[in-house]
Design a protein. Structure first.
Length: 247
């Protein structure tokens, strides 16, 4: 796992997970158990999920475990968990992202560490893969905090980041389905994933740079970081299988 305050060196493969998505007394995800298997986490900033105390708690636990912390900004839609699209302007997107990233970064700083990256959540993630003005808004905030962006290779996530000179980390999603155009289907609910299939997908993506789309066609992928979603019923077991692949 990454040492506190450090970014993984260039070329180092990592595992990341979305965390801090509980709200008040309502617990969500497998945060504490997943920290054993991940290198870096993406912490919700209070719009699609999360609240000050849940952010503080998971940031503290992550820093104690030597796991780096990034911000996971989403759309302001707690009922839909940020997985329903909205029509927003670039200025609105920039403000939403800056607000949430600033919140997470403040808690990271309070723990004596620094923000590691930004990764958009759910529907906002998908919208930014198609709408360049929204992706530019994300790059504005990443530049403010001097951190890389985690996203989907071969989409506007990557091309706009490269255009703007923002470091980009390509994710592979072991628990999401891929479309033929290389985008992923963001599920409204986490579903149990077959562990043997997860491991086979991870190895294939890493060793051959390909995955199979929902239509059965092989498509090219790139892996700088494997993502495991914490809301899967068997998220911990999925993360353990991916850790066995990464080493």
């Amino acid at each position: 796992m990454g040492a506190t305050g450090e970014r993984p060196p260039p070329g180092r493969l990592s595992i990341n997970a979305d965390m801090g998505e509980s709200i008040g007394i309502h617990r969500f995800g497998n945060d504490e158990r997943l920290l054993e298997f991940v290198d870096t986490i993406n912490v919700a900033g209070g719009m699609h999920a999360g609240d000050p105390s849940s952010i503080a708690s998971i940031v503290h636990d992550a820093v104690e475990a030597g796991v780096t912390v990034g911000a996971h900004p989403g759309l302001p839609d707690i009922t839909g968990f940020g997985r329903r699209e909205m029509v927003i302007t670039a200025n609105e997107a920039r403000d939403l992202i800056r607000y949430q990233v600033g919140a997470v970064a403040a808690f990271v700083t309070a723990e004596g560490d620094r923000l590691h990256h930004i990764k958009p959540h759910g529907a906002l993630f998908g919208m930014m893969a198609r709408q360049p003005e929204l992706m530019h808004a994300l790059c504005d905030v990443a530049g403010d905090f001097d951190v890389p962006i985690f996203g989907l290779a071969g989409t506007l996530h990557e091309s706009v980041a490269v255009e703007r000179g923002v470091p980009f980390v390509a994710e592979y999603y072991v628990d999401l389905d891929y479309q033929e155009d290389g985008t992923v289907t963001v599920n409204r609910w986490g579903v149990t994933r077959d562990l043997d299939e997860v491991e086979a997908r991870a190895r294939r993506a890493l060793e051959h740079g390909t995955t199979t789309s929902v239509t059965g066609r092989d498509i090219a992928v790139r892996v700088d970081s494997f993502c495991v979603h914490s809301d899967l019923p068997n998220a911990v077991e999925v993360a353990a299988r991916v850790r066995a692949v990464v080493g």
